[in-house]
Design a protein. Structure first.
Length: 312
């Protein structure tokens, strides 16, 4: 993955009209000189945290994903859409939130991250990472701008945690969540392991106050893009008016001196953060512990089972 670039593209998009989103994606990718060649095997990795809300707000918007899929297909790419949700399977959540319907008729493959490859990360954690995210030619990260009850916000870098397969995610919460910095370290460790590509973040309607599942809509009207997710996170923290030192993931990127950690070093293309009005975007005052008690692991397992049954 490209972690040296400092350029970030920000553009306005008022609603989820597919043609408008696709046009803005073209502008952003042209500005960043990102253009996949014909025959490229692309994996689109949206945020499919859960399909239990009727409005689909916790997930990347279906029309956003469909617009990016069409853009890739226009460039002759082979497109797969996948994730490993906290509850249910990717196909179930895609069906529940309307993503499967939005992608219907497009020659794309919908997958749940099941097959994995075990990796020992830089700081010692062993994780099973989806083969789809390791073996694709191009990984396009499609998060949604959201508040987060444990990590303050979930933006570009955090969305890559979804490449860790299945029940391993809550286990990693339990094993490495005792200290907030350890968990952030593990997430940042994923970046150099995964395939390169780009992040296109859905900030058209963000989620604030709570998260990653329970929260309220916030009309931000933004699409952001960068090949370096660290730089994009710094840019979005600036847009949202959040002190970056409150984000443990940003602090870990700063500790490693990764390119893009300092907001002043980000090179903005198209629009500047000051052009977006994010006044009133709220994040949780008090963060919940990252580590899961054994009872919460058991409770989570029951919720996953119930989700599978309800979303069939």
């Amino acid at each position: 993955m490209e972690l040296d670039a400092l350029s970030v593209g920000l553009t306005r998009c008022p609603d989820y009209d597919r043609a408008k989103i696709k046009a803005e994606v073209e502008r952003l990718c042209a500005a960043l000189a990102f253009r996949p060649s014909s025959g490229t095997k692309v994996l689109l990795k949206p945020n499919l945290v859960a399909g239990t809300r009727r409005d689909g707000l916790p997930c990347t918007h279906p029309e956003f994903v469909a617009a990016v899929a069409e853009w890739c297909l226009d460039h002759g790419c082979t497109v797969t859409v996948g994730d490993s949700p906290a509850f249910g399977t990717a196909r179930m959540v895609m069906r529940s939130c309307g993503m499967a319907a939005a992608l219907k008729g497009l020659p794309v493959q919908l997958v749940n991250f099941g097959r994995s490859r075990r990796h020992r990360l830089l700081h010692g954690a062993h994780v099973g990472i989806a083969r789809a995210a390791l073996e694709c030619d191009c990984l396009i990260n499609l998060p949604r701008v959201k508040a987060h009850g444990q990590l303050l916000v979930t933006l570009a870098v955090k969305n890559y945690f979804g490449t860790v397969v299945g029940f391993r995610k809550p286990l990693l919460h339990a094993r490495h969540g005792g200290h907030e910095g350890d968990f952030a370290r593990m997430i940042v460790d994923l970046l150099p392991v995964l395939s390169g590509g780009i992040t296109l973040i859905d900030g058209i309607v963000a989620m604030h106050r709570q998260g990653p599942v329970k929260g309220d809509p916030f009309p931000l009207g933004l699409i952001g893009a960068a090949v370096n997710p660290v730089a994009l996170d710094s840019a979005l923290l600036t847009v949202l008016g959040i002190d970056p030192q409150r984000s443990s993931i940003w602090c870990e990127c700063r500790r490693r001196n990764l390119a893009g950690w300092h907001p002043d070093g980000v090179r903005y293309l198209l629009r500047n953060p000051q052009e977006f009005r994010a006044t009133g975007f709220l994040v949780p005052r008090h963060l919940k512990p990252i580590s899961f008690h054994p009872w919460h692991l058991a409770k989570g397992a029951m919720k996953r089972l119930c989700s599978r049954l309800l979303l069939r």
